[in-house]
Design a protein around this ligand. Structure first.
Ligand SMILES: [Fe+2]
Ligand SMILES: [Fe+2]
Length: 166
C-alpha cells in the first residue's frame, strides 16, 4: 500500500464524498439514515482535519513557504467545517435545521476538497519529492490511530482554539 500523503488524503476525500452522496440520496423522511450518515461524516471529517492540521499543513508550510497563504486559508476553511460539525453533533436528525446545516457543511467541504485536489495538491506534489510525501503519509497513518473521532474530544477542540490564537 502506498503511503504517499496525497494519495492517502484523496482516499479520505473519496470516502467523505461517498457519504455526502448518501445523504443527498437519502430522501426527505429518512431521518434515522441521515442521522447515521451525519454521525459517520463527522467522525471522518474530525480524523481527516486532524491529520491535515497537525501533520500535512505544518509540514508543507515548513518545506514550501510559498504555499503559506493557501495553508492559512485552508485552516480557516477547516474551522468553518469544525463549527458546523460541533453544532451537528449536538443536534437530533429531526431538528428543523439539521438538514440545512448538513447541506451547508457538504457544500463547504466539497468546495474545500475540490480546491485541495485541483490546485493545492498539484502544487505540493511539484514542490516535494516522492520520498518526502511518503514520509509525511506514513506519519499521518500513525497519527490516525490516536486522532480524535468526535468534535468534543480535547485534541479536536484544540483546533478551534488554534483558529483564533496567533
Ligand atoms: Fe483540508
Ligand atoms: Fe483534505
Amino acid at each position: 500500500m502506498s503511503t504517499d500523503a496525497i494519495v492517502l488524503l484523496k482516499e479520505d476525500h473519496k470516502e467523505i464524498r461517498r457519504l455526502f452522496g448518501g445523504f443527498g440520496n437519502a430522501g426527505e423522511n429518512a431521518t434515522a439514515t441521515k442521522g447515521r450518515l451525519v454521525g459517520k461524516i463527522i467522525e471522518l471529517l474530525t480524523v481527516h482535519t486532524y491529520i491535515e492540521n497537525e501533520c500535512m499543513y505544518p509540514e508543507v508550510r515548513k518545506l514550501l513557504p510559498d504555499l503559506e497563504d493557501d495553508v492559512l486559508e485552508s485552516y480557516e476553511e477547516h474551522h468553518v467545517a469544525d463549527v458546523l460539525c460541533i453544532e451537528l453533533s449536538m443536534m437530533n436528525p429531526d431538528d428543523e435545521r439539521f438538514d440545512a446545516k448538513t447541506t451547508v457543511l457538504i457544500e463547504n467541504v466539497t468546495h474545500h476538497m475540490e480546491e485541495e485536489e485541483s490546485d493545492w495538491f498539484p502544487k505540493v506534489r511539484a514542490g516535494l519529492g516522492r520520498k518526502q510525501l511518503q514520509e509525511i503519509g506514513a506519519r499521518m497513518i500513525e497519527m490516525k490511530q490516536k486522532a480524535p473521532r468526535k468534535p468534543s474530544q480535547p485534541s479536536a477542540l484544540k483546533k478551534a482554539l488554534d483558529a483564533v490564537r496567533a
